[in-house]
Design a protein. Structure first.
Length: 229
């Protein structure tokens, strides 16, 4: 009997805190998930939304020096959702974490507005940096399932990180990154060929000019020959 009352109290408490913040975030899920059939479904069953709401509380306590309470909330959230967001992470409005299981967001990560993360995404550090050691995502960034973004660099707004990519350096705005380690394959919807990004085999401008001069000399000497005949 006491156990039943304890469980019921936890559920009631959960929804008392969950409801007001969840209502503000539901619309971003409805807009971006074609599988979301109703607001009720999103409200009760979307673990990404649950994790985000509990992060908002954890972050509040973290910013007000109550680090233990903050961690307690984030660990409770991890236990019920499978999504671990450090209470120190700064997250903008409209984050949609789809499916969610295995998502890890580090302490100094910053996420802009209206970003989307799929299951298994890590916004982590490489272990080499101190202080700011996790990535910053601009607005409207999509990070595909299983992708790892590691280090204190920025992923520009409107960029897409492909499923299972491992991103280790800055990504410009409006880009698509794929592979391990990730390389940029599109910028502003234009395909980038691997040669465009080859910084080792760059054409040498001096030798190009010398070639042009050689050709000019050849042409001129042919012309002189013709005229002299
Ligand atoms: C990267 C992605 C966003 C597509 O972006 P896009 O800008 O439309 O790029 P394209 O589809 O034109 O692909 C560009 C190139 O990257 C390659 N590519 C795309 N996704 C890739 C991936 N995950 N890994 C490796 N290469 C990939 C394509 O084959 C293509 O190569 P090509 O130029 O040699 O033909 C998409 O493929 C993706 O990975 N989305 C993640 C979705 C997800 O995680 N869903 C989970 C739902 S549960």
């Amino acid at each position: 009997m006491y156990l039943l009352i304890a469980v019921a109290s936890i559920i009631v408490l959960h929804y008392i805190f969950y409801t007001p913040v969840a209502l503000c975030e539901i619309s971003s899920v409805m807009q971006r998930d074609p599988a979301a059939r109703s607001k009720a479904e999103v409200f009760f069953l979307y673990t990404g939304l649950h994790a985000l709401v509990f992060h908002r509380y954890a972050h509040f306590f973290y910013n007000h020096g109550m680090k233990f309470v903050a961690r307690l909330i984030s660990q409770y959230s991890k236990f019920v959702t499978g999504i671990e967001i450090h209470p120190g992470a700064t997250i903008g409005r409209g984050l949609f974490i789809d499916h969610g299981t295995g998502v890890v967001i580090g302490e100094t990560a910053i996420i802009g507005e209206n970003c989307t993360l799929y299951q298994g995404v890590t916004l982590g550090g490489t272990g080499k940096d101190k202080g700011k050691r996790h990535p910053t995502l601009g607005d409207n960034v999509m990070v595909g399932c299983g992708a790892k973004v590691l280090g204190p660099f920025t992923v520009g707004s409107n960029s897409k990180i492909a499923a299972n990519a491992v991103v280790l350096s800055e990504v410009p705005e409006n880009s698509t990154c794929v592979g391990v380690p990730a390389r940029i394959v599109r910028i502003n919807n234009k395909r980038i060929s691997p040669n465009d990004l080859d910084h080792i085999h760059m054409p040498d401008p001096t030798s190009q000019e010398i070639c042009k001069l050689h050709k000019l000399i050849d042409d001129l000497s042919k012309r002189v020959d013709e005229l002299s005949k």
